[in-house]
Design a protein around this ligand. Structure first.
Ligand code: SAM
Length: 233
């Protein structure tokens, strides 16, 4: 399967194993991962997508609309899907209290200074139970035919495994998480030691969740995000 499908499948397998109830996909673009998670719910009750680009969200959000079959075969309990236009570098009260945040091929689209805000917002403020971050592994690039420079014109950087892991370990120290590294898209033969095409960090929070009264008080804060779509099954 193509690499993007392998990334989505990685998240689906994680959800199957750890059964998060509230999942938020940041930088969700065309909502492809959200659509897959809708079909492989495994007990998800709240599914949220965020992207800074409202045009891509508006173009594809109808793909999340309920199908007749969703009503004919009611699945495992109610499901709410919400899509927001907003930036992951800003603190948004409604993004707190999630079990899982997914950031698939997002961070390399941020300037390095924005990556700092991203870390602070996601790990320090949203403080979810787990975070999955995927990003290109620069060491794999020599194996990509015809590639000069970055894999996409909009990439601000592409990290080696050491660079990604340095950032991840620092985040873990600062915000009290643990991380494990893996990836998808493996090289073969003597190229194996360049690592995966896409590198992935799976972060687990080391402390108990933010307490509910605190998040209730904070929900009085004005909202930074704009709600573009909401459906309740
Ligand atoms: N995650 C999707 C996937 O794997 O199919 C798409 C990733 S796409 C390469 C990167 C997305 O991140 C774009 O849709 C872009 O608009 C979004 N993005 C860039 N900066 C952002 C920010 N500060 N906050 C939220 N989304 C952002």
């Amino acid at each position: 399967p193509p690499l993007y499908m392998q990334r989505y499948q990685f998240v689906i397998d994680y959800v199957k194993t750890y059964r998060p109830k509230k999942v938020i996909d940041v930088g969700c673009a065309e909502c492809r991962l959200l659509k897959k998670l809708k079909f492989h719910r495994n007990g998800i009750q709240l599914l949220v997508g965020v992207d800074i680009n409202s045009v891509v969200l508006l173009k594809r959000m109808h793909t999340l609309a309920p199908l007749v079959s969703d009503y004919l075969q009611p699945s495992d309990g109610p499901l709410t899907i919400e899509l927001y236009q907003g930036s992951v570098t800003e603190r948004e009260p409604c993004t707190r209290g999630f079990d899982l945040v997914t950031c698939v091929e997002l961070i390399e689209h941020l300037e390095l200074v924005e990556v700092e805000s991203f870390s602070d917002v996601v790990f320090g403020y949203m403080a979810p139970g787990a975070v999955i971050v995927s990003t290109p592994n620069a060491e794999f690039n020599p194996l990509l035919p015809g590639l000069r420079g970055f894999r996409n014109y909009d990439h601000k950087f592409e990290w080696t495994r050491a660079e990604f892991q340095t950032w991840a370990h620092r985040v873990c120290r600062e915000y009290d998480y643990s991380v494990q590294f893996t990836g998808v898209g493996e090289a073969v033969g003597h190229w194996r030691d360049v690592g995966f095409c896409t590198q992935i960090g799976v972060f687990q929070r080391n402390f108990d969740g933010i307490n509910q009264s605190m998040s209730n008080a904070e929900s009085l804060e004005p909202s930074m995000y704009k709600l573009l779509y909401k459906v309740v099954y």
